[in-house]
Write a protein that binds this ligand. Structure first.
Ligand code: PGA
Length: 267
């Protein structure tokens, strides 16, 4: 686990975007796991800029999103399908056939088959190379709320009231936030070769501290990332403010050998 504290969300996002761009230059068929929410917006803006100004080519990239609200059509303004189109897909040369998001419109009976199919598609693509993650204020990753099995696979989950409240700004009426979602499982996420978790702002500080320094527990799902061999946290000073070993992480970053510094942008 590597904790990269950057001066602000933009610089942290630019660092993560540079690493993603490098991966795509090296392997044009890179498989990206994508996240939604306010956190990855600056990252998507930077990837769009790299595409526009530096010719970063997404034509062979494949993407799998973490989750979707059940009951929302892809056209619903709060659906993650809509979010991805508006904030990323419409601005780069991704082939729509190579973008995957769980469906919000599957019927109750077909949910298990849909989830199994999603897992199969990830496996057929060769697995996820880089998974982008946000973190909930309750420590969730994807929509794996506290108490989710640490080995779970893609499935239906029920949101906590806290998450519904956190996400209510995207809905006309807070009561409109769906109760149910389809989300990649924690086991699914952990199979990604690399994981880039982004977290910004004071509201994430407790969750980030628990994820990086607390015990590994289903009560704080992101804490499982301590078991991942290539988990990197790109965070701002506010999200880092409750880390007890903050000075050490900064010291490590400041004293990296030159070749390892290059490697941060190259991973
Ligand atoms: P946010 O959501 O980026 O909107 O804060 C993060 C998450 O719930 O994973």
């Amino acid at each position: 686990m590597e904790i990269l504290v950057q001066p602000n969300p933009e610089t942290a996002s630019a660092l993560a975007a540079a690493a993603i761009a490098k991966a795509i230059y090296e392997k044009p068929t890179t498989v990206l796991g994508l996240a939604t929410g306010s956190t990855p917006l600056a990252l998507y803006r930077e990837l769009i800029r790299l595409h526009r100004d530096e010719g970063l080519d997404f034509s062979k990239v494949r993407t799998f999103n973490l989750d979707e609200y059940l009951g929302l059509s892809p056209e619903h303004p709060a659906s993650y399908s809509h979010f991805m189109r508006v904030n990323f897909f419409a601005h780069v040369n991704l082939n729509p056939q190579r973008t995957h998001i769980p469906s919000g419109l599957v019927s109750q009976e077909t949910i298990p088959a849909h989830c199994e199919h999603y897992e199969e598609e990830i496996a057929q693509a060769g697995g996820i190379d880089i998974q982008i993650l946000g973190i909930g204020s309750d420590g969730h990753i994807g929509f794996n709320e506290p108490s989710s099995s640490l080995t779970s696979r893609t499935r239906i989950k029920t949101l906590t009231e806290r998450t519904r409240l956190d996400n209510s700004a995207h809905f006309v009426n807070p009561d409109d936030v769906p109760h149910h979602v389809i989300t990649m499982g924690i086991g699914t996420i952990m199979e990604a070769r690399k994981i880039f978790l982004l977290a910004f702002g004071e509201n994430k500080a407790t969750a980030v501290a628990g994820a990086a320094e607390g015990p590994i527990t289903a009560s704080l799902p992101a804490s499982i990332l301590q078991m991942h061999r290539h988990a990197h946290f790109y965070i701002d000073p506010l999200a880092a403010s409750k880390l007890t070993r903050l000075a050490y992480y900064e010291w490590v970053l400041a004293h990296k050998p030159a070749w390892q510094r290059d490697d941060i942008a190259a991973r």
